[in-house]
Design a protein around this ligand. Structure first.
Ligand SMILES: Nc1ncnc2c1ncn2[C@@H]1O[C@H](COP(=O)(O)OP(=O)(O)OP(=O)(O)O)[C@@H](O)[C@H]1O
Length: 720
């Protein structure tokens, strides 16, 4: 069976390889087929040979965009908080401290319900204000208690949240809301903090207690002064992540909630009485639970990228976007986060002084202090890239974290479920703001696009070459320079004018007669940085620009488009594609040189690769046809970790000096009732991993012997 798979993969490679050769001439017309590179290998800046990133890759399939009707859900109502019969000081705090004057949909439905004594199970899109939807009623009701609440009353409200970061954030929300009501004391308990200090605070008295589940259980077992007899409010935030599955949440709700109301904002207009009608908790059917509402202002993209090119693709994207944006990159394991953080800070920030990028990392293996520091730093408005682990839901901040001004979410490792996808992209486009997301899929993983479509999630494609072509914007990773210098000047000029069109987009339009759409014209700015509003002025300006630059005869088309002719000869566009590939190879060479510069880096790369592979084995059964370790090419995957060779002996023994790495896939499985890993299951998993590695290598060797007899087998395996 395994051999069958290997053979199939090899033959695909051969087929695609020969196809590339055959289609070399037409490759410039489509960004989907990667052109076979020149014969010579790039030597990059370090002089070390890097084999082609662009040869022997599986073909990038045409993306079929399934028809998806995205669910819509408005965020805001036309109501203001003054209409909600709240304490005037609470309204002032909402207005002044939270800059919140208008009520969101979920708040309008939930706040009155909770204040009237109902229990509720609330579901609405990410970033729609659910925290205030429960925090306002808690504060409103507790401030009204007579005689006044005192510390001695102990916890009156208990808020359980899945992560430490979210606990801290929720605690801060209560602190702010309680400013006018100083006699009500909030407090937080969470892993990583000193138990002794927490015990002392509990003894002193906390009225609104925010906690992570683990630390709460810890105190229930070991702290005498913790008592819940006076509790009036119990909130389980992100309940699906604490109890994992929606059926679990429903069961939990069945057990805990009395006369409960199900609030589901999606697809229901504000006037629809069903939007907040009393309902039994099992009212939320499974079909409802499987559809997701994505913020309307979120643009969702996918890039289909062969394994070998993944690393440079990610780096090129970051370099392109990091100057003006805050990005979060989701990655499957703590070890990979550590590795990429080290690699990017060294290579992208080290050699490329112009990158101006600040990298931050966040994962469950970090000390609490360091985690908090990352979160605090990412709260600032300056652009940065947060590389974040997403493998253990209870450990990381994929859920609920409300970082301001995040404009791009990158899912470098695809999520394990559509719900996870939604929570990740939900870190941007919050409360009506704009935002973007990009998911990386290999050609073998493209069926995930349909899987997401089944959950009403629709993606648009960004072409790989479009992303890589951003490397043309400066000369840091310049290739051998065969490329037409005028194009470079032209591109630089475009970027200086903040033109949003990417070079490859122009190529795909055909350089020689690229229609310059009005939208592009609008994106040009005057030298003083002001947007040119007058289209006529814009048009003239663009015409002048090209005339000055290239002595080009510009033809003006009436109405919608401006056309300019013969900007570039067709051969230049091919030269540009070639140069783009060379630059990508130079960047890959820098990564590989760094990784192989000492044993520590090699070890970090191998450990990261291993943890990536391990995490890859934990996709649920219904996604195994998309994400199966057998479909991964070990040599190509190794290359995306900067390794020139596919490691021979990956095993559990391969843990860093000074301690065994945490295997998060295992811990994740412990949280998932359907995926308990028994000792024998675990060893089967490891056996599978080992057999995959060895059989993959053997298969590749055999094929290589047959195809390229004289080449060094190991080297070819990693680099082809
Ligand atoms: N009525 C409002 N007006 C303006 N801003 C608001 C309003 N309500 C909440 N916000 C702000 O919106 C942001 C997102 O809110 P919140 O984190 O509660 O969303 P959420 O629905 O819980 O998201 P998620 O599902 O991702 O956890 C916060 O910064 C919050 O202060």
């Amino acid at each position: 069976m395994e051999r069958g798979k290997k053979r199939r993969f090899s033959s695909t490679e051969e087929a695609s390889s020969s196809k590339h050769k055959g289609e070399e001439l037409s490759a410039a017309q489509t960004a989907l087929v990667l052109q076979a590179p020149q014969k010579k290998k790039s030597t990059g800046s370090s002089g070390i040979k890097t084999s082609s990133l662009f040869r022997n890759n599986p073909e990038i399939p045409q993306m079929h965009r399934p028809a998806v009707s995205q669910l819509k859900e408005s965020i805001f109502t036309s109501d203001s908080f003054t209409q909600m019969n709240l304490h005037p000081h609470l309204v002032t705090t909402l207005n002044k401290v939270f800059s919140a004057s208008m009520v969101t949909m979920v708040q309008r439905q939930t706040v009155p319900l909770l204040l009237s004594g109902h229990d509720a199970m609330v579901r609405s899109q990410t970033g729609s204000g659910k925290t205030l939807a429960y925090a306002i009623p808690v504060v409103q009701s507790l401030q009204a208690v007579h005689p006044k609440v005192s510390r001695g009353d102990g916890p009156l409200a208990l808020i359980i949240v899945p992560t430490r970061e979210l606990a801290q954030q929720t605690f801060c929300t209560f602190q702010k809301l309680l400013k006018p009501f100083t006699w009500i004391v909030p407090g937080v308990l969470m892993g990583g903090e000193k138990r002794k200090a927490e015990k002392a605070r509990l003894r002193k008295g906390i009225n609104i207690l925010v906690s992570t589940p683990g630390r709460l259980v810890d105190h229930i077992r070991n702290t005498l002064s913790i008592a819940f007899s006076a509790i009036r409010w119990l909130v389980v935030d992100e309940a699906d992540s604490i109890h994992m599955w929606i059926s679990g949440v429903t069961r939990l709700a069945d057990i805990c909630l009395k006369d409960s109301v199900s609030v589901t904002v999606s697809g229901l207009s504000s006037s629809d009485p069903a939007a907040c009608s009393p309902a039994k908790t099992d009212h939320v059917t499974s079909s409802q639970s499987e559809s997701f509402v994505i913020p309307e202002a979120l643009k969702q993209f996918v890039v289909i990228v062969p394994s070998k090119v993944r690393l440079v693709c990610l780096a090129a994207f970051i370099l392109d976007k990091c100057k003006n944006n805050k990005l979060i990159v989701f990655i499957s394991s703590c070890e990979t986060v550590e590795f990429l953080y080290m690699l990017f800070t060294s290579v992208l920030c080290g050699s490329n002084q112009n990158s101006g990028v600040i990298f931050l990392r966040l994962h469950g293996n970090m000390k609490q202090e360091a985690r908090m520091k990352t979160v605090q730093m990412s709260f600032s408005s300056s652009p940065c890239v947060v590389v974040e682990s997403c493998c253990v839901q209870s450990d990381v901040a994929a859920r609920g974290l409300d970082l301001p001004q995040v404009t791009w979410i990158l899912q470098y490792t695809p999520p394990m479920a559509a719900a996870e996808y939604v929570h990740r992209v939900g870190r941007t486009a919050r409360v009506g703001e704009a935002g973007n997301s990009l998911i990386f899929l290999t050609p073998a993983e493209t069926a995930f696009i349909e899987e997401l479509a089944n959950h009403n999630i629709s993606l648009s494609e960004i072409k790989l070459l479009d992303i890589l072509s951003s490397l043309m914007m400066d000369d840091t990773y310049k290739g051998r320079g065969k490329y037409h210098s005028k194009i470079e000047m032209f591109l630089r000029e475009l970027s200086r004018h903040e033109c949003v069109v990417s070079p490859m987009r122009l190529i795909s339009l055909g350089w020689h007669s690229a229609p310059l759409k009005r939208s592009m014209v609008h994106s040009l700015r005057a030298n003083n940085g002001q947007r040119l509003e007058d289209p006529t002025e814009n048009r003239q300006r663009v015409v002048d620009f090209y005339r000055d630059m290239y002595s080009i005869k510009c033809l003006e088309e009436p109405e919608v488009e401006l056309s300019f002719l013969e900007v570039m000869p067709q051969s230049s566009s091919r030269a540009l594609e070639q140069e783009t590939r060379e630059r990508a190879t130079v960047l890959q060479t820098e990564f590989e040189t760094f990784v192989h510069s000492d044993v520590v880096s090699v070890h970090a790369a191998r450990t990261a690769l291993q943890s990536f592979l391990r995490a890859y084995t934990t996709y649920p059964a219904h996604l195994k046809h998309i994400f199966h370790i057998r479909s991964l090419h070990l040599g190509h995957t190794a290359k995306s970790f900067g390794l020139r060779e596919a490691p021979q002996a990956l095993s559990t023994a391969n843990h860093p000096p000074g301690g065994r790495a945490k295997h998060h896939s295992r811990r994740r499985n412990q949280n998932r009732p359907d995926r308990q890993v028994t000792p024998s299951g675990r060893s089967r998993e490891l056996q599978l991993l080992r057999s995959e590695f060895s059989s993959g290598m053997e298969g590749r060797k055999k094929k290589k012997k047959a195809t390229f007899g004289q080449h060094g087998e190991e080297d070819k395996c990693a680099n082809d």
